[in-house]
Design a protein around this ligand. Structure first.
Ligand code: SF4
Ligand code: SF4
Length: 429
């Protein structure tokens, strides 16, 4: 029998997973980047005191039009700022004071048969859809699948980490639309096989099966990280769509955004975020316009005092932030706020050789050995240990009884081994 790799995590999704999704609609202002990180030249198309409508492009980006961002609100441009974003790095942003939006006129629902692959690709581009799983524009993923081939499409709604339930919230409210968005993706990419992967309790799974049909649902294993249906480890927001992927992986929210772009002519302007942690009186899933700040989101969830720790992302792989003046952008599907009594830095002891880190590593690596060689500066032997295949899932650090931060040391080892080999090559030149 194959060895079960990974870690079992304690689910802490209640009560958010059982509550209806709340809507954050009334905001004084939003902060939006002119464009997502790109090497191309960004030319702002909105200026101070301009009035912008929801869906207006905030810039043109030479040679890279899909990096441009659409406004998520109707409002008045009141300023510019540079921010450090935990997912995207340095961003040049525009500040928009929100104005009341006119109700969108009802448009007749188009028949899906009329959507050609070219039309779907163009709709994904124009709506500015960015996949929440990896920060890659959906149109880039589609082009990659069209060019390099894709045998199977998976909507990854697994949410194997402890707190997140935003994918479930979207499926609960819009399962049929997500499936239709997935069908359109498959049509565009020329893929005939697809499903939605979940890790749900019996009652939720049965309810979803009744709505979308058994062939379209796939229940995964509950070990973290799930590796049987997904490819992890793509660096966030790099536009490096997965090559050679026989399995194309896409987020629930990106599928819903494609449905809305095609059938409702809506830009990608909001996302659902799970807000949880012991500093949040009312953990819940909240639908938030892009550009709302973490402060606004936490206040909406009745967090009045500044929490001791705020983490953008999940418990295993999230990033701690010190400022709450950061906008919610595509890819932010979980926000955790904790008090110090919950989060204490554990003491670190010597390795006891228990092997748990190796057993938990889904990539089949030997984290303790990589760490040992790195700390003893045996860089020349690191390559045989395949440290570069580590995707930073953090499972090894999580299970280590000695509290050794293995994942971050493996990350250092990756960088160090590359540098040393480079130096050696240079010295032979
Ligand atoms: S070595 Fe890397 S891939 Fe393996 S468990 Fe640790 S962080 Fe995850
Ligand atoms: S889990 Fe920790 S203590 Fe056990 S072998 Fe790995 S590094 Fe050593």
């Amino acid at each position: 029998m194959a060895l079960k790799r990974g870690a079992r995590l304690l689910f802490q999704k209640e009560p958010a997973i059982s509550l209806p999704t709340a809507e954050l609609n009334t905001l004084p202002q939003v902060i939006l980047p002119y464009a997502f990180p790109t090497d191309a030249t960004v030319i702002p198309t909105v200026h101070l005191y301009d009035t912008v409508r929801k869906g207006t492009r905030l810039s043109t980006v030479e040679d890279d039009p899909i990096s441009a961002v659409c406004s998520s609100v109707t409002g008045l441009v009141s300023g510019e700022r540079e921010i450090q974003h935990p997912l995207y790095g340095t961003l040049s942003c525009v500040v928009i004071d929100c104005l009341p939006d006119n109700p969108t006129p009802e448009v007749p629902t188009p028949a899906s048969e009329q959507f050609t692959p070219e039309y779907i690709l163009q709709a994904a581009k124009e709506a500015g859809i960015v996949d929440e799983l990896d920060g890659v524009p959906l149109s880039l993923k589609l082009q990659d699948w069209q060019t390099n081939g894709c045998g199977f499409l998976v909507v990854d709604a697994v949410e194997i980490e402890p707190f997140s339930s935003s994918a479930w919230a979207v499926l609960h409210d819009y399962a049929e639309q997500v499936l239709e968005g997935l069908r359109m993706l498959a049509r565009c990419a020329g893929v005939t096989r697809y499903h939605i992967a979940v890790c749900l309790s019996g009652a939720r799974r049965r309810a979803l099966t009744l709505r979308i049909g058994k062939p379209f649902l796939y229940q995964t294993d509950s070990y973290y990280p799930v590796t049987d249906i997904v490819h992890r480890g793509k660096k966030f927001g790099t536009h490096s769509a997965p090559h050679s992927a026989t399995v194309g992986r896409v987020g629930v929210q990106a599928c819903l955004a494609l449905y809305r772009a095609l059938f409702l002519s809506e830009p990608h302007s909001r996302c659902v975020v799970t807000v949880a942690g012991d500093a949040v009186p009312q953990p819940q899933n909240v639908s938030v316009p892009f550009g709302a700040t973490l402060q606004q989101l936490l206040e909406f969830c009745d967090v009045s005092d500044l929490p001791d720790y705020v983490i953008v992302g999940e418990q295993m792989t999230g990033t701690a932030v010190s400022s709450l003046d950061i906008p919610v952008l595509p890819g932010m599907t979980c926000l955790l706020a904790f008090s110090t009594k919950t989060l204490r830095t554990p003491a670190t002891y010597s390795c006891v050789g228990c092997g748990r880190c190796a057993q938990s590593c889904h990539a089949g690596l030997l984290p303790f050995e990589i760490v040992r060689r790195h700390q003893n500066m045996h860089y020349e032997r690191l390559s045989s240990l395949r440290a570069d295949e580590c995707d930073g899932c953090n499972a090894c650090s999580f299970v280590c009884p000695s509290g050794i931060p293995l994942a971050s040391i493996v990350e250092e080892a990756k960088a160090a081994s590359g540098a040393v080999f480079l130096d050696m090559e240079d010295s032979h030149a």
